[in-house]
Design a protein. Structure first.
Length: 169
């Protein structure tokens, strides 16, 4: 059996900001479409606060929420108490759905998942934002950029952004 690939999907600003008051800082339809294309058909793992900000299970994906609340029940969502437990759950059932799982936030989950991550699907929004949630600094010695695609701001996306895919060296 192939080992399960653990990937992070994240959009960050030029100053590594990812959110404020449990909300995204920008509205980029192209990034939302990119996120959907990458994650559809795969398990997604998120913290409870990220789930709360989304407000519902995302369709056509196995939704797994990490929480300390052992009594939490959410229809259409699997509840676990750690990133390791979430990844193990997916590894035990890989092939039936996918051999890649996606960590989708938030800040604390990203911080703890980074050491377990094989790939990062990174959107950089080319502007700085005031925030209370940040993505951890990446050590450039640990990652290789295997794909990069720059996009200018346009009528639908108010700020320039870059899609990158990074793989652990």
């Amino acid at each position: 059996m192939t080992p399960i690939k653990t990937s992070i999907v994240v959009a960050i600003s030029a100053n590594n900001a990812i959110g404020k008051d449990n909300q995204l800082l920008w509205h980029l339809p192209a990034d939302l479409k990119h996120f959907k294309e990458i994650t559809t058909g795969h398990p997604i793992i998120m913290g409870r606060k990220t789930y709360d900000s989304i407000g519902r299970p995302l369709p056509n994906r196995r939704n797994i929420v990490i929480t300390r609340n052992k009594d939490l029940v959410i229809a259409g969502v699997e509840i676990v108490s750690s990133i390791a437990e979430a990844i193990s759950l997916c590894a035990a059932q890989q092939g039936a759905t996918s051999n890649e799982v996606f960590i989708i936030g938030g800040a604390e989950i990203y911080k703890h998942a980074l050491a377990l991550t094989d790939r990062i699907y990174l959107t950089v929004v080319h502007q700085e934002y005031e925030a209370d949630a940040f993505f951890p600094e990446l050590c450039e010695d640990e990652w290789t950029t295997i794909h990069q695609e720059y996009h200018e701001a346009d009528e639908k996306n108010s700020v320039a952004y870059t899609f990158s895919t990074l793989e652990r060296k």
